[in-house]
Ligand binder design. Structure first.
Ligand SMILES: NC(=O)c1ccc[n+]([C@@H]2O[C@H](COP(=O)([O-])OP(=O)(O)OC[C@H]3O[C@@H](n4cnc5c(N)ncnc54)[C@H](O)[C@@H]3O)[C@@H](O)[C@H]2O)c1
Length: 365
């Protein structure tokens, strides 16, 4: 029962810790809020308001779970004031413009939010008098994509074709600068700050309502009783349940807090070979939901999209003892049953809490 042991270790660490969570109203942020509450943390949230009336944050009653501040990460003063007031033990920085297609429509806003917004968080952290550990959430898309089949390692070159990917890579350059210039581990006793980066991608889970993502698009098509259009049915993606990544974030936050030498970047992704095509994902999802239909319609916009991208996860495995628990098929099952059962009247907060407990209670493989 290795997982029960780690849940206890996480609870022992996070209980009563002050956590500053940016992006708490978003898909991953809402799940992280629920998980951190489950672990006993006290959370201050900083984000824009939820975008849709059926966003997970609203469905799960997020305002009751944290001290929520609705503000813009591009507003330096607002970030500084909020972080100074929260006096966080840990920061999880998730707030971002996270969509590739939106980044083509609004490149300037994307760079502003993802690069300058991240620097605002780093600089507010620098000014904290007390100790603080921060985890900056980027993406698997930060790597310069050579369109090769090998999994990317943490020290591979950063790049990014579209503005989203390149803004996250640029944010990483800034993070690395703060690591070296202000938060060097050898001077930890002076500044008491530690900083790491978590890279992952193709996350699925209940409650995502973003545009241009396959699961939310499918759910919208089912709800509206119309056909789902899929652009690249044969594209292979390493799908992963959101809890896998969030478990990795919590583990990294805890370990880094205890050992500043763990600073650096970490990949989080599925096991090698656990992949599905878009079409397999959609077919599995439709089978589980019990309705829905799709057709292949090539894209007319033809925006460049990253091809296959695999992550090497040995560093997270060896350093943090983090392993993915759910296969991509299980991840799809947990995700689609969430949407189906919530539509059938299940309570969203209780449902997420149950999935969190299932995730931690299932025996390690
Ligand atoms: N979902 C994925 O598949 C995926 C994959 C890789 C990386 N990520 C990263 O994870 C993080 C969370 O992504 P998500 O899927 O939950 O996205 P999301 O769109 O659901 O949530 C984004 C959050 O950021 C906040 N935000 C956006 N612009 C802001 C601004 N100017 N000021 C303050 N807050 C702002 C939003 O209010 C929201 O809370 C992002 O950093 C994203 O790049 C997500």
């Amino acid at each position: 029962m290795e997982k029960l042991g780690i849940m206890k270790e996480l609870r022992d660490f996070y209980a009563g810790k002050r956590v500053f969570l940016t992006g708490h109203t978003g898909f991953k942020g809402s799940w992280l809020l629920l998980l951190l509450r489950e672990l006993g943390a006290e959370i201050s949230g900083f984000s824009l308001a939820p975008l849709h009336k059926n966003d997970l944050y609203l469905l799960a009653g997020g305002d009751a779970l944290c001290d929520s501040r609705i503000a813009d990460i591009r507003d330096r003063e607002a970030v500084e004031t909020a972080i100074a007031a929260a006096r966080p033990d840990l920061i999880f920085h998730l707030a971002a413009q996270p969509l590739v297609r939106e980044s083509y429509r609004c490149p300037l806003e994307t760079f502003d939010t993802n690069v300058i917004g991240s620097v605002h968080v780093l600089d507010a952290m620098r000014q904290l008098p007390g100790a603080c550990t921060a985890l900056m959430i980027t993406t698997d898309k930060v790597y310069e994509n050579r369109e090769w089949g090998f999994p990317y390692k943490e020290n591979d070159r950063l790049g990014g074709f579209d503005p989203y990917s390149s803004s996250k890579a640029a944010a990483e350059i800034c993070i690395a600068s703060y690591q070296k210039a202000f938060f060097a581990p050898e001077k930890f006793k002076e500044h008491r700050k530690s900083l790491a980066v978590a890279r992952g991608g193709n996350v699925i889970g209940g409650g995502d309502r973003a545009e241009d993502r396959i699961i939310p698009d499918l759910i919208r098509s089912i709800e509206a009783n119309r056909e789902l259009r899929i652009r690249n049915p044969r594209a292979i993606r390493p799908w992963q349940h959101v809890l896998e990544l969030l478990y990795g974030y919590c583990l990294l936050g805890m370990r880094l807090n205890k050992d500043p030498l763990l600073q650096g970047a970490y990949n989080f992704g599925p096991r090698d070979g656990d992949e599905m095509t878009v079409e397999e994902l959609v077919m599995t999802a439709i089978r589980i939901y019990g309705k829905g239909h799709y057709a292949h319609r090539p894209d007319t916009e033809e925006l460049h999209e990253t091809g296959i991208l695999r992550l090497n996860i040995e560093k997270a495995q060896n350093t943090l003892n983090w392993y993915p628990r759910w296969s991509s098929t299980e991840a799809v099952e947990k995700t689609i049953s969430w949407y189906r059962d919530i539509a059938g009247g299940a309570d969203p907060r209780a449902y997420c809490q149950r999935q969190i407990r299932e995730y931690f209670e299932e025996e390690g493989s």
